[in-house]
Write a protein that binds this ligand. Structure first.
Ligand code: CP
Length: 356
């Protein structure tokens, strides 16, 4: 296990990390999961350290997995509502005595704690694609302590690490695993691309046979597609893009359907700043819903995955989400996946905040 090269680094996207380093993160995550299961104390790892968590958007899993994880590691996670501090803003977006420049916020928090975690996508940056990621990069530029991406408009590396941890847990390997990330219908058009983009990066990096399925209007970032192709080339595996929802899942081991934004939702030049057009596009694809009939066409031991929250009845049927029993056949892994958020993030924090 390679553990050097972690201490003090930011965790912004898996594109910044090698396959070997991600394997090390997974090893540490499984070790921490074992300790948690045995109630084996491990609160020396980040004792008395502080994580500042800045949430521009709502959260159930991310906030609570980081808070619980920091408690278990011996530190404290400090929740910051951007509207209750002086909202951190980039130069040119400032409002007197209402916002505070990101460069100042980053340097102040660096004097008091040990890492800064940020969630920001969508409305807070007016759906400028990449705007939230740029905000995080500005934090990272000025911060003397690690910055952790808790989901921006491009990447959700915490979710992706938990996702591949769950795949490894169920199948023991990535080799020969058909991992299908697909768009699915939701009545809400305001969904970032971060989860699907990070999921296909992670799956292709680890060596899965990775499939991306979506309607033509829901394409992902060309840089992400190029990275997935490069990963597949490195691993001698495949990365395939298809517009056929049902066919994509035939023989799949990992079934991961979820909604993400259509391109017109974004501001120009990426999109058209047109929510009505986006809604019309979405409504053409109401049939993109995961059902038990489609699950039956996947591999016999397939798992259904979703980052959650899922839009029940639109993205997926209840009987798919709730089939968590182990009686045989395909099953839903969503609660293992949610739990693994905590173990995966504890591994990341242990390595970058407490590592050597
Ligand atoms: N999957 C995920 O990030 O969940 P939350 O939005 O609840 O944090």
């Amino acid at each position: 296990m390679k553990t050097d090269g972690f201490k003090g680094r930011d965790y912004m996207t898996l594109l910044d990390w090698s396959k070997e380093q991600v394997e090390s993160m997974l090893e540490v995550a499984f070790d921490l999961k074992r300790r948690f299961a045995l109630r084996e104390p491990h609160d020396h790892i980040l004792r008395a350290q502080t994580l500042f968590m800045l949430f521009y958007n709502q959260s159930l899993r991310t906030r609570n997995s980081f808070e619980a994880g920091m408690t278990q590691l011996g530190g404290h996670a400090h929740f910051l509502d951007p509207n209750k501090i002086y909202t951190p803003a980039l130069e040119g977006k400032e409002v007197a005595y209402s916002t505070e420049r990101v460069s100042d916020v980053a340097r102040v928090l660096s004097r008091m704690g040990d890492a800064i975690a940020i969630r920001c996508y969508g409305d807070p940056v007016d759906w400028v694609y990449g705007g939230a990621h740029a905000l995080m990069e500005e934090f990272a530029r000025w911060s003397d302590i690690p910055v952790i991406n808790m989901e921006c408009d491009k990447y959700h590396p915490c979710q992706a690490l938990a996702d591949i941890m769950t795949v490894k847990e169920y199948f023991g390997t990535f080799k020969g695993i058909k991992f299908v990330m697909s768009w699915a219908y939701s009545p809400s058009v305001h969904k970032p691309r971060a989860v699907p983009q990070s999921a296909v990066i992670a799956a292709s990096l680890m060596g899965c046979e990775t499939v991306l399925a979506h309607p033509p209007e829901m394409e992902l970032d060309p840089e992400v597609i190029a990275a997935c192709k490069a990963n597949a080339g490195m691993n001698g595996t495949t990365f395939t893009v298809t517009h056929d929802f049902e066919k994509a899942f035939e023989g799949a081991h990992v079934v991961y359907p979820k909604a993400w934004a259509a391109t017109p939702i974004f501001q120009p030049p990426v999109g058209e700043n047109d929510p009505d057009k986006t809604q019309q596009i979405f409504d053409k694809y109401k049939s993109w819903k995961m059902t038990s009939e489609i699950m039956d066409t996947a591999a016999r031991d397939a798992i259904y995955m979703h980052c959650l929250p899922a839009d029940r009845g639109w993205e997926v049927d209840n009987d798919v989400m709730d089939r968590t029993d182990v009686a045989g056949g395909w099953r839903s892994a969503i609660f293992d996946e949610a739990e693994n958020r905590m173990h995966a993030q504890k591994a990341v924090m242990s390595l970058i905040m407490g590592g050597r």
